[in-house]
Design a protein around this ligand. Structure first.
Ligand code: AMP
Length: 352
């Protein structure tokens, strides 16, 4: 592929805030964006030139959408992979294999082990009857997670004591039982990989989660993260190369006394990289667009050694003027109408 000229159309599968911020970066570079999403009230479609509202399994709509797009990417890792087979594969970036790996926690952990990484100890649990044995092997405390469709701590049950297994139910799509990792903090590695295989990393933030949802990312990360970033980056780079990945890829880690433990990966831009919009020379969104359009990658350096990003969840987001009382706050709202409790409504970044 040669560089896509401005005026070309980028297709985005998925209609959430990640697509919204990607579409804004694409527009800045002179591209048109066409969003495909099943939900009518897509916050990405609001800022895009075109919107196809159709189900993931509507092949006719997908093919029609693909005809309009010069390149197609994702802002949502749970896009069903089977219908994508009908689309011109050379137009998809990253390739659907990255989705396949990331959509199944068991497959993802095995893939990371093959790449030389270390996930939390885990056992696949396909049926309720297999759970007691899994808990015996891994021990308590642990977490039972759905293999598929889990996000932001959803589809997870803590098993604190052995008798908790009696209340747990394993869905037909299966689960994974993993040991509870004792960590000092969490961090992410976000990289961008070009079509020619060039890789650049953003600085790794320390990430704090509340009830399984990212609440806060900050630079500089503590010393323990700094000591473990090189190893974590090496793993991320190997994983990206194994997938012949194009675009932004995120790996989340636990920083433990024994080194970095892999938690999960996202084949897309990531919430813990929102700070890069104002805190880095080139944001994760712009570099994703550059990579998929085969343009030179931008500088991923941070513009300050101190950057803080706070998510606005639920009602927190409503007081726009209040957030602006801090004149240095970069406030982002995603345009969601319903401020359900814990829902990601926006974020605020402070640099310096
Ligand atoms: P996940 O959706 O799997 O990333 O889980 C959301 C959050 O739950 C993580 O960011 C951690 O804070 C916590 N968590 C998940 N798995 C584990 C684990 N095996 N050990 C300790 N904490 C975990």
């Amino acid at each position: 592929m040669s560089a896509l000229p401005p005026g070309s159309t980028i297709g985005i599968l998925g209609g959430g805030q990640l697509g919204r911020m990607m579409a804004m970066a694409a527009a800045q570079l002179g591209y048109h964006v066409h969003v495909f999403a099943p939900e009518r009230d897509s916050v990405a479609a609001e800022v895009a030139a075109k919107f196809t509202c159709a189900g993931w399994h509507d092949s006719a709509a997908l093919i029609e959408f693909a005809r309009d797009c010069d390149v197609i990417t994702y802002e949502f890792e749970n896009v069903p992979v089977a219908p994508l087979a009908a689309l011109p594969q050379e137009r998809l970036a990253p390739s659907p294999r990255a989705l396949e790996v990331a959509q199944d926690r068991v497959r993802e952990k095995r893939f990371i082990e093959e790449a030389g990484g270390r996930p939390a100890p885990f056992v696949a649990v396909d049926h309720d009857s297999e759970l007691p044995d899994a808990v015996d092997r891994i021990g308590v405390p642990g977490i039972l997670k759905t293999r598929r469709d889990g996000y932001d701590g959803k589809g997870q049950w803590k098993i604190a004591e052995r008798h908790d297994v009696h209340g747990a139910r394993v869905p037909v799509s299966g689960c994974v039982y993993e040991g509870m990792v004792s960590f000092e903090c969490e961090f992410s590695v976000i990289l961008v990989r070009s079509r020619s295989g060039e890789v650049r990393f953003w600085d790794s933030t320390r990430n704090r989660h509340v009830h399984g949802v990212l609440a806060h990312s900050e630079l500089p990360a503590p010393e323990i993260v700094m000591q473990q970033v090189a190893e974590a980056r090496e793993l991320a780079k190997t994983a990206a190369a194994a997938l012949n990945y194009v675009g932004v890829l995120t790996l989340e880690f636990f920083a433990t006394a024994n080194g970095p433990v892999f938690n999960e990966m996202a084949p897309r831009v990531h919430n813990s990289g929102h700070w890069t919009i104002e805190g880095a020379v080139t944001s994760q969104f712009e570099n994703h667009v550059r990579a998929i359009c085969d343009l030179p990658l931008g500088d991923t350096s941070s513009v300050s050694n101190r950057v803080v990003m706070d998510n606005l969840l639920g009602d927190d987001a409503l007081d726009l003027a209040g957030h602006m009382a801090d004149v240095r706050a970069h406030v982002h709202l995603y345009g969601k109408t319903e401020a359900r409790e814990g829902r990601k409504m926006g974020h605020i970044t402070r640099v310096g």
